[in-house]
Design a protein around this ligand. Structure first.
Ligand code: GLC
Length: 425
């Protein structure tokens, strides 16, 4: 490991007033940074990090945002590069693709209709990461440089993904949620709670084909006839990111933009409450008439990230569901799907295991409402998984066993959790 970086890591550990023993903290930080360095790639003049060298050897949108968030603690320049490479592949209509094939490879060989990128997006975390980078670097030039692309991207989502102006953003493929096989999408895909990953993949691939050949990438008037889900995490993430974008606009002196993005955040928050809320929980919806998809997944916790629940609702949510041993309070938390769902599979793909990015969103959400005890428990469970099973794509919530891709970067998010939680005891 680079000597200068090692020094920075040691200094962070020394000044950290957290709750982990310093030797343990040092190990987590060092192994995280080593992994991010190992997975770093440079291609065509751009720098990025692959989520997993063997299973995911390209650049992915929200993965790169996670890398940028973690890297901002040590190497803010590398964090900036991670976002700049994403933005460089923005499509003319504003969409930022969820995959960039900087180099040719055999893995994830799908005909998206473009040579070097996919033609769908992923949860819009770019503004949040840009804001975090600014907070670490105070570099206004970086914000000036990225602002036009960010604006174009969020405007694309606000218009093309909400053509009727109802203030909920639609996704046209489960993969846009970042949770490809989640049972939240079984009903819209017309699949039973139990089915094979191959069957699921076929259905999602059909949507890719429709987007490419039949719809020619027209989301609002064509693709919405085949798959049109207003997903809770995606919309909650949009709300929080519009707030970040509004802060960025204010800083750059774009007053009207700042007011507009803040207003859009409010409108989406209100629409979520109006169209998704039932019995104190927010549910994803599908189709034109907002049919609720009442499957218990971690998505019920996602609105905490954007402060969409009231304090009362949040308290009920934690008491009733976070601590429910039949649903989410398993030996390792937080399972992506509740244990008592017929679709629950502790080793399935987005159908039960713990995924670290999910823990990161929930952790931030818990802190938003002052649930310190639960946040600490979640952080400790996350650290334990990494220490016991290494950096894996997913973890069995009953045993802690790692599954899926190896040398997978999302576990490094515990670094951001650790370093932004000095007040936890
Ligand atoms: C899987 C995940 C997706 C992630 C990608 C690369 O497809 O479902 O969220 O971005 O792998 O890690």
């Amino acid at each position: 490991m680079d000597v200068a970086l090692e020094q920075i890591t040691r200094e962070i550990v020394k000044s950290h007033q957290g709750f982990l023993a310093q030797s343990r903290l040092l190990r987590v930080l060092t192994s995280s940074h080593q992994l991010l360095l190992k997975n770093r790639r440079i291609s065509h003049g751009f720098q990025y990090t692959v989520p997993s060298p063997k299973s995911y050897p390209y650049q992915w949108l929200w993965d790169s945002v996670f890398h940028a968030i973690v890297l901002s603690h040590w190497e803010v320049e590398a964090a900036k590069k991670e976002l700049l490479s994403l933005i460089s592949k923005q499509l003319d209509n504003g969409l930022i693709p969820h995959m960039i094939y900087w180099e040719k490879g055999e893995a994830v060989n799908i005909n998206w209709g473009r040579k070097d990128t996919s033609t769908i997006t992923q949860p819009p975390m770019l503004a949040y990461a840009s804001w975090q980078i600014y907070q670490k670097s105070k570099d206004l030039n970086f914000l000036t440089q990225t602002y036009p692309a960010l604006t174009k991207y969020y405007l694309y989502l606000l218009t093309q993904r909400d053509p009727r102006g109802n203030h909920l953003i639609g996704i046209i493929n489960p993969d846009e949620s970042g949770e490809d096989d989640s049972p939240r999408f079984d009903i819209p895909l017309r699949l039973p709670p139990q089915h094979t990953p191959e069957k699921n993949f076929q259905r999602r691939l059909k949507l890719v084909d429709k987007n490419r050949s039949l719809c020619q990438f027209d989301a609002p008037f064509c693709m919405k006839n085949f798959f049109w889900v207003k997903d809770v995490p995606f919309n909650a993430i949009m709300v929080e990111n519009l707030r970040s974008l509004s802060l960025i606009a204010t800083l750059l002196g774009y007053k009207a933009d700042a007011a507009y993005f803040a207003q859009q955040a409010l409108l989406i928050k209100d629409a979520m409450r109006e169209l998704m809320l039932e019995d104190g929980l927010l549910w994803s919806t599908y189709g034109q008439y907002y049919k609720k998809i009442k499957i218990f997944t971690w998505a019920i916790f996602a609105p905490l990230f954007a402060k969409i629940y009231t304090a009362f609702e949040a308290k009920e949510l934690i008491q009733k569901y976070f601590y429910d041993k039949d649903k989410f309070y398993l030996p390792f938390i937080v399972p992506t799907v509740a244990r008592d769902e017929p679709s629950f599979n502790p080793a399935g793909f987005w159908r039960g295991p713990v995924w670290m990015a999910v823990n990161w969103f929930i952790f931030k959400g818990l802190l938003n409402y002052g649930f310190q005890k639960e946040a600490l428990e979640l952080l400790l469970s996350s650290c334990k998984l990494i220490e016991q099973s290494g950096f894996r794509e997913q973890y069995n919530p009953l045993t802690g066993e790692g599954g899926g891709a190896r040398e997978f970067t999302w576990g490094t998010l515990v670094v951001d959790m650790l370093l932004s939680s000095t007040d936890l005891r």
